[in-house]
Design a protein around this ligand. Structure first.
Ligand code: 48F
Length: 261
């Protein structure tokens, strides 16, 4: 019979607590906080961690992938266009070419390998945590971190104060609602962030515009993925995901340059 190592309940609890808090003590002073483990957030995490920056991704849900899993009307295929295929190839995601520069990808593989690539590069992904505010400083005016709370605490409607995490750069990769930038715009009017909101679909132009407009929204605060369309008033594109990974890569490159890393 198989000899299974016996570990009692107290030991299990102690190991989990010790190593969780060890991680949190480290995370509390991060180089980059990414909010959202969707395609743009995880791609950004991959490139930032690969460059050696201490990168943490906070994800509200207990899963990876954001809008990837739901696909289009729950169908499990995703469209990718060039040059995003190069990023997917780097992550060993299988691409099925349907015409020149256009590919079909399995959503489960896309989610799993994006997450694995980010984690293997050194990014920490923490599930079940919602970012509900930022930290800021004046002179110079700058976003310097985020406030985090358990998603479950928020869902229960409990009045619990958050913990704070410092970062040299905060990336809003929360998707269509641009939640982090929205809260900063509302609570720090001095940042002068005006959010026009996303436009209806126009896929052909939306992809390139999203990538081009990716970047800093206010000192210390950056937009990637669909948060860019919301903040810059750009059209949506639906279940074609090239711009999401290209935007994630671009925001990483901009942050690496801004932090002179
Ligand atoms: O929505 P999402 O996939 O963002 P994305 O990277 O990609 C958008 C596409 O999926 C799709 C599309 C492409 O054509 O239109 O919609 O821009 O992933 C956002 C992730 O952020 C999490 C959310 O659960 C999701 O997994 N999230 C959102 N708000 C918060 C958050 C928050 N305040 N704190 C933590 N996580």
């Amino acid at each position: 019979s198989i000899k299974v190592k016996q570990v009692d309940e107290v030991k299990i609890s102690k190991y989990i607590l010790k190593y969780t808090f060890q991680d949190w003590e480290d995370i509390v002073e991060s180089d980059v906080v990414i909010v959202g483990a969707g395609p743009s957030g995880m791609t950004a995490a991959y490139y930032l961690a690969k460059a050696g920056l201490k990168t943490v991704v906070f994800e509200r849900r207990l899963s990876f992938g954001g809008g990837i899993g739901g696909g289009a009307m729950l169908f499990h295929k995703i469209v990718i266009e060039s040059p995003a295929d190069e990023i997917l190839k780097e992550m060993k995601i299988k691409l099925n070419k349907v015409e020149e520069g256009v590919y079909i990808v399995d959503s489960a593989e896309f989610m799993a390998k994006l997450a694995a690539s980010a984690i293997d590069a050194g990014a920490k992904i923490i599930h079940g945590v919602t970012v509900d505010d930022v930290i800021f400083r004046e002179n110079p005016l700058k976003v310097v971190g985020v406030a985090v709370e358990w998603t479950a605490t928020q869902m229960a409607g409990l009045h619990v104060d958050p913990l704070f995490i410092s970062a040299k750069a905060v990336v809003d990769a929360t998707g269509h609602d641009a939640e982090v930038i929205s809260v900063a715009a509302r609570k720090i009017p001095e940042l002068n962030i005006v959010i026009p909101g996303e436009k209806s679909a126009y896929s052909e132009i939306a992809e390139e515009l999203t990538v081009e407009n990716t970047g800093m929204v206010a000192p210390g605060l950056y937009a990637a993925g669909m948060a860019v369309t919301e903040v810059r008033g750009l059209p949506r594109m639906g279940p074609i995901f090239g711009a999401m990974v290209l935007s994630g890569k671009r925001v990483a490159e901009i942050i690496i340059k801004d932090l002179r890393y």
